[in-house]
Design a protein around this ligand. Structure first.
Ligand SMILES: [Zn+2]
Length: 97
């Protein structure tokens, strides 16, 4: 037998992700797990990436943070008088107006 044994991480949470079931092994013998993200997306992620803490979302987490930063910066830069962007819904509302 080659490859690594299956580590049972079903039901475990890794950041925004919850591991559901193993999908298959990849070329290096690591299991890919079907994971559900809090944003609703699903993704197959290697168990060692989850266990090592490298993967904590489907990718939405970093994308979200980046876009919030950019929005906040634009807001500050463009409209110096209005600096209420503590939460993203306020920013959305503001940008939509
Ligand atoms: Zn996500």
């Amino acid at each position: 037998m080659t490859g690594r044994p299956l580590v049972d991480i079903a039901g475990r949470k890794f950041g925004s992700l919850t591991a559901r079931y193993p999908v298959r092994k990849d070329k290096s013998g690591h299991y890919l797990w079907h994971c559900g993200c809090e944003c609703g997306a699903t993704k197959a992620i290697r168990s060692n990436s989850l266990l090592g803490g490298r993967t904590k979302s489907c990718g939405c987490l970093s994308a979200d943070m980046a876009s919030h930063r950019i929005r906040a910066r634009n807001l500050k830069y463009n409209r110096k008088g209005i600096l209420r962007y503590r939460d993203s819904s306020a920013v959305d509302e503001f940008l939509a107006s």
